[in-house]
Write a protein that binds this ligand. Sequence first.
Ligand code: PBG
Length: 324
Amino acid sequence: MFPEYRPRRLRQNEAFRRMIRETVLTTSDLILPLFAIGGKDVQNPIPSMPGQYQLSIDRLVKTCLEVKKLDIPAVMLFGIPDKKDALATGAYAKDGIIQKAVKAVKDKVPELMVITDVCLCEYTDHGHCGVVEKNMVDNDASLDLIARTALSHAKAGADMVAPSDMMDGRVAEIRESLDDSGFSQVPIMAYAAKYCSGFYGPFRQAADSAPKFGDRRTYQMDPANALEAIREVTLDIEEGADIVMVKPALPYLDVICRVRQEFDLPVAAYNVSGEYAMIKAADQLGWLDGKRVMMESLTSIKRAGADMILTYFAMDAARELHAL
Ligand code: PBG
Protein backbone atom coordinates (compact mmCIF):
# COMPACT_ATOMS: atom_id res chain seq x y z
CA MET A 1 0.00 0.00 0.00
CA PHE A 2 1.02 3.61 -0.52
CA PRO A 3 3.49 5.01 0.45
CA GLU A 4 5.50 1.73 0.46
CA TYR A 5 4.13 0.70 -2.94
CA ARG A 6 4.27 3.40 -5.57
CA PRO A 7 3.13 2.21 -9.02
CA ARG A 8 4.78 5.29 -10.59
CA ARG A 9 8.26 3.92 -9.71
CA LEU A 10 8.12 1.53 -12.63
CA ARG A 11 6.64 4.09 -15.00
CA GLN A 12 9.35 6.71 -14.65
CA ASN A 13 11.15 5.97 -17.91
CA GLU A 14 10.63 4.07 -21.14
CA ALA A 15 13.12 1.33 -20.21
CA PHE A 16 11.15 0.40 -17.06
CA ARG A 17 7.90 0.71 -18.97
CA ARG A 18 9.19 -1.69 -21.62
CA MET A 19 10.33 -4.16 -18.95
CA ILE A 20 6.90 -4.39 -17.32
CA ARG A 21 4.83 -4.21 -20.51
CA GLU A 22 2.30 -7.06 -20.51
CA THR A 23 1.04 -6.93 -24.08
CA VAL A 24 3.26 -6.49 -27.09
CA LEU A 25 1.70 -6.18 -30.51
CA THR A 26 3.74 -7.60 -33.39
CA THR A 27 3.23 -7.90 -37.13
CA SER A 28 2.66 -11.64 -36.59
CA ASP A 29 -0.67 -10.76 -34.94
CA LEU A 30 -2.09 -9.10 -38.05
CA ILE A 31 -4.23 -10.28 -40.96
CA LEU A 32 -5.21 -7.87 -43.74
CA PRO A 33 -8.66 -8.20 -45.38
CA LEU A 34 -8.66 -7.39 -49.12
CA PHE A 35 -11.40 -7.01 -51.76
CA ALA A 36 -10.94 -8.60 -55.18
CA ILE A 37 -12.86 -7.36 -58.23
CA GLY A 38 -12.72 -8.15 -61.97
CA GLY A 39 -10.87 -6.11 -64.58
CA LYS A 40 -7.30 -4.95 -64.95
CA ASP A 41 -5.46 -2.17 -63.19
CA VAL A 42 -8.55 -1.36 -61.14
CA GLN A 43 -8.20 0.35 -57.79
CA ASN A 44 -11.60 1.69 -56.69
CA PRO A 45 -11.38 3.65 -53.45
CA ILE A 46 -13.99 2.66 -50.85
CA PRO A 47 -15.38 6.03 -49.73
CA SER A 48 -16.22 5.04 -46.15
CA MET A 49 -12.89 3.22 -45.69
CA PRO A 50 -10.12 5.70 -46.57
CA GLY A 51 -7.00 3.85 -47.75
CA GLN A 52 -8.93 0.68 -48.68
CA TYR A 53 -9.78 -0.34 -52.26
CA GLN A 54 -11.55 -2.82 -54.46
CA LEU A 55 -8.59 -4.26 -56.35
CA SER A 56 -8.34 -6.12 -59.63
CA ILE A 57 -6.26 -9.27 -59.32
CA ASP A 58 -3.07 -7.71 -60.75
CA ARG A 59 -3.27 -4.88 -58.19
CA LEU A 60 -4.23 -7.29 -55.43
CA VAL A 61 -1.08 -9.31 -56.08
CA LYS A 62 1.01 -6.12 -55.85
CA THR A 63 -0.58 -5.28 -52.51
CA CYS A 64 0.12 -8.82 -51.31
CA LEU A 65 3.81 -8.38 -52.14
CA GLU A 66 3.77 -5.25 -49.94
CA VAL A 67 2.00 -7.17 -47.19
CA LYS A 68 4.66 -9.86 -47.33
CA LYS A 69 7.42 -7.25 -47.21
CA LEU A 70 5.86 -5.75 -44.10
CA ASP A 71 6.10 -9.20 -42.46
CA ILE A 72 2.32 -9.61 -42.10
CA PRO A 73 1.70 -13.38 -42.26
CA ALA A 74 -1.73 -13.51 -43.88
CA VAL A 75 -4.49 -11.87 -45.90
CA MET A 76 -8.22 -12.58 -45.92
CA LEU A 77 -9.83 -12.35 -49.35
CA PHE A 78 -13.36 -11.16 -50.21
CA GLY A 79 -14.71 -11.26 -53.76
CA ILE A 80 -16.97 -8.94 -55.70
CA PRO A 81 -18.37 -10.97 -58.62
CA ASP A 82 -19.44 -9.61 -62.03
CA LYS A 83 -22.88 -11.17 -61.66
CA LYS A 84 -25.07 -12.15 -58.73
CA ASP A 85 -27.91 -14.68 -58.70
CA ALA A 86 -30.29 -16.46 -56.33
CA LEU A 87 -27.97 -19.45 -55.86
CA ALA A 88 -24.71 -17.48 -55.46
CA THR A 89 -23.16 -19.35 -58.39
CA GLY A 90 -20.17 -17.01 -58.43
CA ALA A 91 -19.21 -18.12 -54.91
CA TYR A 92 -18.26 -21.66 -55.97
CA ALA A 93 -17.52 -21.19 -59.69
CA LYS A 94 -14.21 -22.72 -60.72
CA ASP A 95 -13.22 -19.45 -62.41
CA GLY A 96 -14.93 -17.20 -59.84
CA ILE A 97 -13.23 -14.00 -58.69
CA ILE A 98 -11.92 -15.50 -55.44
CA GLN A 99 -10.75 -18.72 -57.05
CA LYS A 100 -8.75 -16.70 -59.59
CA ALA A 101 -7.45 -14.29 -56.95
CA VAL A 102 -6.27 -17.12 -54.68
CA LYS A 103 -4.42 -18.80 -57.54
CA ALA A 104 -2.73 -15.56 -58.57
CA VAL A 105 -1.61 -14.68 -55.04
CA LYS A 106 -0.36 -18.19 -54.24
CA ASP A 107 1.46 -18.21 -57.55
CA LYS A 108 3.27 -14.88 -57.00
CA VAL A 109 3.55 -14.72 -53.20
CA PRO A 110 3.55 -18.35 -52.06
CA GLU A 111 4.81 -17.66 -48.51
CA LEU A 112 1.85 -15.42 -47.74
CA MET A 113 -1.04 -17.30 -46.11
CA VAL A 114 -4.27 -16.82 -48.04
CA ILE A 115 -7.45 -17.12 -46.00
CA THR A 116 -10.76 -16.92 -47.83
CA ASP A 117 -14.01 -15.60 -46.43
CA VAL A 118 -16.65 -18.22 -47.12
CA CYS A 119 -20.09 -16.66 -47.47
CA LEU A 120 -22.80 -16.24 -50.06
CA CYS A 121 -23.87 -12.64 -49.42
CA GLU A 122 -21.53 -11.04 -51.95
CA TYR A 123 -22.81 -13.47 -54.60
CA THR A 124 -26.57 -13.63 -54.02
CA ASP A 125 -28.84 -11.12 -55.77
CA HIS A 126 -30.81 -10.66 -52.52
CA GLY A 127 -27.65 -10.08 -50.44
CA HIS A 128 -28.34 -12.68 -47.75
CA CYS A 129 -25.71 -15.12 -46.52
CA GLY A 130 -27.76 -18.20 -47.45
CA VAL A 131 -30.42 -19.48 -49.83
CA VAL A 132 -33.75 -17.66 -49.59
CA GLU A 133 -37.01 -19.65 -49.71
CA LYS A 134 -40.32 -17.82 -49.17
CA ASN A 135 -38.51 -14.73 -47.90
CA MET A 136 -36.69 -16.78 -45.26
CA VAL A 137 -33.02 -17.75 -45.19
CA ASP A 138 -33.16 -21.55 -45.37
CA ASN A 139 -30.43 -22.93 -43.13
CA ASP A 140 -30.09 -26.51 -44.37
CA ALA A 141 -30.48 -25.64 -48.04
CA SER A 142 -27.56 -23.21 -47.67
CA LEU A 143 -25.12 -25.72 -46.17
CA ASP A 144 -24.33 -27.55 -49.39
CA LEU A 145 -23.55 -24.31 -51.26
CA ILE A 146 -21.39 -23.01 -48.42
CA ALA A 147 -19.42 -26.27 -48.29
CA ARG A 148 -19.04 -26.20 -52.09
CA THR A 149 -17.71 -22.65 -51.82
CA ALA A 150 -15.15 -23.63 -49.18
CA LEU A 151 -14.06 -26.66 -51.21
CA SER A 152 -13.64 -24.57 -54.37
CA HIS A 153 -11.41 -22.17 -52.41
CA ALA A 154 -9.29 -25.06 -51.14
CA LYS A 155 -9.00 -26.43 -54.68
CA ALA A 156 -7.83 -23.00 -55.85
CA GLY A 157 -5.07 -23.14 -53.23
CA ALA A 158 -6.48 -21.33 -50.18
CA ASP A 159 -4.44 -22.04 -47.06
CA MET A 160 -7.42 -21.66 -44.71
CA VAL A 161 -11.16 -21.10 -45.09
CA ALA A 162 -13.22 -18.81 -42.88
CA PRO A 163 -17.01 -19.31 -42.93
CA SER A 164 -18.80 -16.06 -41.98
CA ASP A 165 -22.39 -16.96 -42.86
CA MET A 166 -23.55 -18.01 -39.36
CA MET A 167 -25.70 -20.89 -40.64
CA ASP A 168 -26.05 -23.68 -38.05
CA GLY A 169 -23.95 -26.74 -38.85
CA ARG A 170 -21.77 -25.23 -41.55
CA VAL A 171 -18.43 -25.95 -39.92
CA ALA A 172 -19.17 -29.70 -39.81
CA GLU A 173 -20.40 -29.66 -43.41
CA ILE A 174 -17.27 -27.84 -44.59
CA ARG A 175 -14.94 -30.11 -42.58
CA GLU A 176 -16.54 -33.19 -44.07
CA SER A 177 -16.39 -31.97 -47.64
CA LEU A 178 -12.76 -30.84 -47.28
CA ASP A 179 -11.76 -34.16 -45.74
CA ASP A 180 -13.62 -36.19 -48.38
CA SER A 181 -11.72 -34.40 -51.14
CA GLY A 182 -8.24 -34.73 -49.69
CA PHE A 183 -8.01 -31.34 -47.97
CA SER A 184 -7.82 -32.58 -44.41
CA GLN A 185 -4.84 -30.27 -43.83
CA VAL A 186 -6.79 -27.09 -44.60
CA PRO A 187 -7.83 -25.46 -41.31
CA ILE A 188 -11.16 -23.74 -40.64
CA MET A 189 -11.23 -20.33 -39.00
CA ALA A 190 -14.85 -20.09 -37.91
CA TYR A 191 -16.58 -16.76 -37.47
CA ALA A 192 -17.99 -18.37 -34.34
CA ALA A 193 -19.43 -15.44 -32.38
CA LYS A 194 -20.47 -13.06 -35.12
CA TYR A 195 -22.86 -10.35 -34.02
CA CYS A 196 -25.55 -8.60 -36.04
CA SER A 197 -23.70 -5.30 -36.03
CA GLY A 198 -24.13 -1.82 -37.40
CA PHE A 199 -20.35 -1.69 -37.59
CA TYR A 200 -20.42 -3.70 -40.85
CA GLY A 201 -21.89 -0.71 -42.74
CA PRO A 202 -18.76 0.36 -44.67
CA PHE A 203 -17.95 -3.27 -45.59
CA ARG A 204 -21.33 -3.70 -47.24
CA GLN A 205 -20.54 -0.69 -49.40
CA ALA A 206 -17.11 -2.17 -50.17
CA ALA A 207 -18.45 -5.63 -51.02
CA ASP A 208 -21.85 -4.53 -52.32
CA SER A 209 -23.42 -7.08 -50.00
CA ALA A 210 -26.19 -5.31 -48.10
CA PRO A 211 -29.35 -7.45 -47.85
CA LYS A 212 -32.03 -6.24 -50.29
CA PHE A 213 -34.82 -7.04 -47.82
CA GLY A 214 -34.90 -7.55 -44.08
CA ASP A 215 -31.71 -7.89 -42.06
CA ARG A 216 -29.39 -10.57 -40.69
CA ARG A 217 -30.96 -10.90 -37.24
CA THR A 218 -32.19 -14.45 -37.85
CA TYR A 219 -28.64 -15.73 -38.25
CA GLN A 220 -26.16 -13.27 -36.74
CA MET A 221 -26.10 -12.87 -32.96
CA ASP A 222 -27.94 -10.34 -30.82
CA PRO A 223 -25.38 -7.79 -29.50
CA ALA A 224 -26.95 -8.17 -26.06
CA ASN A 225 -25.81 -11.80 -25.65
CA ALA A 226 -22.53 -13.13 -24.28
CA LEU A 227 -23.44 -16.56 -22.85
CA GLU A 228 -24.80 -17.42 -26.28
CA ALA A 229 -21.35 -16.65 -27.68
CA ILE A 230 -19.95 -19.45 -25.51
CA ARG A 231 -22.53 -21.87 -26.93
CA GLU A 232 -21.78 -20.79 -30.50
CA VAL A 233 -18.03 -21.23 -29.98
CA THR A 234 -18.57 -24.63 -28.31
CA LEU A 235 -20.60 -25.81 -31.30
CA ASP A 236 -18.05 -24.66 -33.86
CA ILE A 237 -15.22 -26.36 -31.96
CA GLU A 238 -17.22 -29.58 -31.72
CA GLU A 239 -17.85 -29.38 -35.46
CA GLY A 240 -14.14 -29.05 -36.20
CA ALA A 241 -13.11 -25.38 -36.09
CA ASP A 242 -9.35 -24.86 -35.69
CA ILE A 243 -9.52 -21.15 -34.85
CA VAL A 244 -12.56 -19.36 -33.42
CA MET A 245 -13.34 -15.76 -34.17
CA VAL A 246 -15.21 -13.02 -32.33
CA LYS A 247 -16.56 -10.23 -34.51
CA PRO A 248 -16.65 -7.19 -34.22
CA ALA A 249 -13.74 -6.60 -31.84
CA LEU A 250 -13.78 -3.32 -29.91
CA PRO A 251 -17.45 -3.32 -28.82
CA TYR A 252 -17.05 -7.01 -27.85
CA LEU A 253 -13.79 -7.10 -25.88
CA ASP A 254 -15.65 -8.80 -23.01
CA VAL A 255 -16.64 -11.61 -25.38
CA ILE A 256 -13.06 -12.00 -26.63
CA CYS A 257 -11.92 -12.21 -23.00
CA ARG A 258 -14.53 -14.82 -22.07
CA VAL A 259 -13.84 -16.95 -25.13
CA ARG A 260 -10.11 -16.78 -24.37
CA GLN A 261 -10.72 -17.97 -20.80
CA GLU A 262 -13.15 -20.77 -21.69
CA PHE A 263 -11.35 -22.41 -24.63
CA ASP A 264 -7.81 -23.42 -25.48
CA LEU A 265 -8.01 -22.92 -29.25
CA PRO A 266 -6.46 -19.88 -30.94
CA VAL A 267 -8.85 -16.91 -30.86
CA ALA A 268 -9.15 -14.41 -33.69
CA ALA A 269 -10.86 -11.02 -33.47
CA TYR A 270 -12.18 -9.04 -36.43
CA ASN A 271 -11.62 -5.30 -36.07
CA VAL A 272 -14.36 -4.53 -38.60
CA SER A 273 -14.95 -1.86 -41.23
CA GLY A 274 -16.95 0.46 -38.96
CA GLU A 275 -14.27 0.40 -36.29
CA TYR A 276 -11.76 1.39 -38.97
CA ALA A 277 -14.04 4.07 -40.45
CA MET A 278 -14.63 5.76 -37.08
CA ILE A 279 -10.94 6.20 -36.38
CA LYS A 280 -10.14 7.32 -39.93
CA ALA A 281 -12.99 9.85 -39.87
CA ALA A 282 -12.03 11.31 -36.51
CA ASP A 283 -8.40 11.49 -37.63
CA GLN A 284 -9.36 13.32 -40.83
CA LEU A 285 -11.38 15.80 -38.78
CA GLY A 286 -8.40 16.35 -36.51
CA TRP A 287 -10.45 15.16 -33.55
CA LEU A 288 -7.98 12.53 -32.45
CA ASP A 289 -4.57 11.15 -33.31
CA GLY A 290 -5.40 8.33 -35.73
CA LYS A 291 -2.09 6.46 -35.46
CA ARG A 292 -2.12 6.55 -31.72
CA VAL A 293 -5.68 5.28 -31.28
CA MET A 294 -5.06 2.65 -33.97
CA MET A 295 -2.15 1.19 -31.97
CA GLU A 296 -4.10 1.54 -28.71
CA SER A 297 -7.11 -0.26 -30.19
CA LEU A 298 -5.07 -3.14 -31.61
CA THR A 299 -3.14 -3.54 -28.36
CA SER A 300 -6.44 -3.59 -26.45
CA ILE A 301 -7.83 -6.33 -28.68
CA LYS A 302 -4.70 -8.40 -28.04
CA ARG A 303 -4.81 -7.63 -24.29
CA ALA A 304 -8.42 -8.87 -24.21
CA GLY A 305 -7.13 -12.25 -25.42
CA ALA A 306 -7.03 -12.29 -29.22
CA ASP A 307 -4.16 -14.28 -30.73
CA MET A 308 -4.68 -12.69 -34.13
CA ILE A 309 -6.47 -9.61 -35.41
CA LEU A 310 -8.14 -9.16 -38.77
CA THR A 311 -7.81 -5.47 -39.42
CA TYR A 312 -7.81 -2.96 -42.29
CA PHE A 313 -5.11 -1.20 -40.25
CA ALA A 314 -2.69 -4.12 -40.76
CA MET A 315 -0.34 -2.31 -43.16
CA ASP A 316 -0.48 1.02 -41.28
CA ALA A 317 0.16 -0.77 -37.99
CA ALA A 318 3.01 -2.85 -39.44
CA ARG A 319 4.67 0.35 -40.70
CA GLU A 320 4.38 1.82 -37.21
CA LEU A 321 5.82 -1.33 -35.66
CA HIS A 322 8.76 -1.36 -38.09
CA ALA A 323 9.44 2.32 -37.36
CA LEU A 324 9.72 1.65 -33.62
C1 PBG B 1 -19.91 -11.64 -44.94
C2 PBG B 1 -19.07 -10.76 -44.10
C3 PBG B 1 -19.35 -9.49 -43.56
C4 PBG B 1 -18.18 -9.05 -42.94
C5 PBG B 1 -17.26 -10.08 -43.06
N1 PBG B 1 -17.82 -11.12 -43.76
C6 PBG B 1 -20.56 -8.65 -43.69
C7 PBG B 1 -21.81 -9.01 -43.04
O1 PBG B 1 -21.92 -10.01 -42.32
O2 PBG B 1 -22.77 -8.30 -43.29
C8 PBG B 1 -18.00 -7.72 -42.28
C9 PBG B 1 -16.58 -7.24 -42.20
C10 PBG B 1 -16.42 -5.80 -41.87
O3 PBG B 1 -17.37 -5.06 -41.55
O4 PBG B 1 -15.27 -5.36 -41.92
N2 PBG B 1 -20.99 -12.23 -44.32
